[in-house]
Design a protein around this ligand. Structure first.
Ligand SMILES: Nc1ncnc2c1ncn2[C@@H]1O[C@H](COP(=O)(O)OP(=O)(O)OP(=O)(O)O)[C@@H](O)[C@H]1O
Ligand SMILES: [Mg+2]
Length: 312
């Protein structure tokens, strides 16, 4: 019997639906359940074949626990090692190199630092920062947002240098990026499963976050050409980043889809937020992906230590 475990935060319907769906389609050969963990031994045996991780970005103990489980051969969705290493600024830069349009983006030194970091600690840092050069490159409107964030936290839209100064001064120890604001004609958010299945969802970011009003049902929202390009870009990005589950957001201006957010390895999939159709799509496609891979074998990520394991 193969076992799938779910690690979740406050969300309810996605884990419940995944468990029901895997148990139903698993045909008695695969079961799914919420996992329970406590103190983890350094020689902890394998307990699960697959874990769907929805919350380790907020709970460092979970992230460390998942890395330990990966060492035992548990396949974690998404890879906790890469997720720990990844950040959104790296991703924008990578996207540009692999042919996906992104807004102009600048990584900024933090506004402030933890207690023991003084000006002597920061001798490599240009001071004062050349704000003029940065602002000339990005222009307004712009977005100031964490280089590694989520949930719309600490994201602000700026219209002027005064806005920038105020928001940057408020950003504290967070590492921020300044990004060209795309005054979009259309906006989509796309689920991607297994680096191959894509659902393009028309999305209205002007509605309140997680309100259930953001996902709008508009048929043939994108022209066939744009639809094909968005689908291709989603697969390119998710393949490059190696995420088995992700969402990619595009702000579309003059027929160019600019990828503005594509590091969402635990994307929102709650029924009340994404709606019945999208919820069903992600549950069905995740179930099929996991069941197929459990049968045929997952593509295991390569680590330098793998060649040293199981030596006599
Ligand atoms: N460059 C941009 N141009 C236009 N709109 C943007 C841009 N960057 C961010 N936004 C708007 O701000 C919202 C939040 O930004 P972003 O998605 O980068 O933050 P997040 O915290 O990662 O959100 P999520 O919870 O969706 O992962 C976007 O959905 C979009 O509406
Ligand atoms: Mg986003």
């Amino acid at each position: 019997m193969k076992k799938v475990g779910i690690l979740a935060g406050r969300e309810v319907t996605f884990p419940e639906s995944m468990i029901a769906s895997i148990n139903e389609k698993g045909g008695g050969k695969v079961t799914a359940e919420m996992i329970t963990v406590g103190g983890i031994r350094e020689d902890e045996p394998k307990r699960y074949d697959v874990i769907i991780d929805r919350i380790s970005h907020e709970v460092p103990y979970y992230r460390a626990m998942l890395k330990r489980m990966a060492l035992e051969g548990t396949y974690i969705i998404n890879n906790p090692f890469w997720w720990s290493a990844d950040d959104k600024f790296f991703n924008f830069s990578l996207a540009k190199k692999i042919g996906v349009a992104v807004p102009k983006t600048v990584l900024l030194p933090q506004q402030s630092y933890i207690k023991d970091i003084t000006s002597e600690s920061l001798r490599n840092l240009e001071f004062p920062l050349n704000w003029k050069e940065i602002v000339d490159y990005i222009g307004f409107p712009a977005f100031l947002k964490p280089h590694d964030g989520g949930g719309w936290k600490n994201v602000s839209k700026l219209h002027s240098e005064e806005d920038l100064l105020r928001e940057y001064n408020d950003s504290g120890t967070l590492c921020m990026t300044l990004q060209q604001g795309i005054e979009y004609d259309q906006f989509v958010r796309c689920y991607c499963v297994g680096k191959e299945k894509v659902l393009i969802m028309p999305y209205d970011p002007s509605k309140a976050y997680l309100s259930g009003m953001q996902y709008v049902n508009i048929e043939n929202y994108l022209s066939p050409e744009l639809h094909a390009r968005v689908e291709r870009d989603v697969i390119t990005l998710c393949t490059a980043l190696g995420y088995d589950l992700n969402t990619v957001e595009f702000a579309i201006k003059d027929n160019i889809p600019y990828a503005i957010d594509f590091m969402n390895p635990a994307p929102d999939a709650e029924l009340a937020s994404v709606g019945e159709f999208n919820h069903r799509w992600i549950v069905d496609n995740m179930t099929d992906f996991i069941l197929k891979k459990l049968e045929k074998g997952f593509d295991q990520p390569e680590y330098r230590w793998t060649g040293m394991l199981n030596r006599a």
